[in-house]
Design a protein. Structure first.
Length: 278
């Protein structure tokens, strides 16, 4: 039921559509790839799935094949009528197409009180801010399976000590368990991107795994990673005292990417309860 490469190319030509670089549009053209994504998402009848960046509907149709109810969000006003025609042309009744910018949507109004799974081929230019926004502001989304640029995927899932670990990694870890679940070759896209893609699965924690004030914690993490090549005693100078490093069990010579979420939380608790070092 999903789209072949020939059908994608035909739709683009018939409707005189040109993939937008500004919107980060790369359309998946391989039925096996979108069905694989749908299987990894582990959704089926009775599940509610929201898809961001639905494009021409390749992944949308694969998700609908599982029996899940799909809300397909698309920001490009020129694509929306084509997407609707594809869905209607396949006789699919479990898909609701919504025109809107995912970064500005009223998510509570769209999703209501139900539990949702987000599955998406995310435009590279919004992937990181959108994932963090949804983790923070949209608890109705229990799980995510997102296809993103490989470097972004590695940052989202990086553990303490990994070279890819950054502030995004720590913030993601605060909200969810993240894991890499598969590569997607550039050959399945139109146009073909110059970067590799990776699938990341995120499962929301029932509650944050550390005792910390989130705002203060994230501010501390941003400060530490603002100068990631420096030792923490330098990047956090004026914020964390020598006594706090000792109390938290964190070596002041450590680099920010070496710390676990728990270590960041201990540093944050101490720093917020003691006067700033002079």
């Amino acid at each position: 039921m999903t789209l072949t490469r020939g059908e994608v190319l035909d739709l683009l030509e018939r409707h005189q559509l040109h993939p937008s670089r500004a919107l980060g549009q790369n359309f998946v053209t391989d039925p096996n790839t979108v069905r694989r994504i749908a299987r990894l998402a582990d959704v089926g009848e009775g599940d509610r799935v929201v898809e961001v960046g639905a494009g021409l509907g390749s992944l949308t149709l694969a998700l609908a094949e599982t029996g899940a109810s799909v809300t397909a969000v698309e920001a490009d006003r020129y694509l929306v009528p084509v997407l609707r025609s594809v869905i209607e042309g396949r006789g699919v009744e479990v898909v609701d197409v919504v025109e809107g910018d995912a970064l500005r949507l009223d998510w509570p109004a769209l999703l209501g009180d139900e539990r949702w799974v987000l599955v998406a081929n995310l435009p590279y230019n919004i992937a990181t801010p959108l994932v963090l926004q949804l983790l923070e502001d949209v608890p109705a989304i229990d799980r995510m399976l997102v296809m993103v640029q490989r470097e972004v995927a590695e940052r989202l899932a990086a553990s303490a000590g990994d070279a890819a670990r950054g502030a995004v990694s720590v913030k993601t870890e605060y909200w969810a368990d993240a894991s890499l679940v598969g590569r997607v070759p550039s050959t399945v896209f139109v146009p073909r991107p110059k970067v590799e893609s990776e699938l990341v699965q995120l499962r929301r924690h029932p509650r944050p795994p550390v005792d910390a004030d989130r705002v203060s914690l994230f501010r501390l993490v941003d400060t530490g990673f603002g100068q990631r090549r420096k030792m923490l005693r330098r990047s956090l100078a004026g914020v964390v005292s020598a006594a706090c490093f000792d109390s938290a069990g964190v070596a002041p010579e450590a680099r920010p990417q070496e710390l676990t979420l728990e270590q960041w939380a201990r540093l944050g608790r101490c720093a917020s309860s003691t006067p700033p070092p002079s």
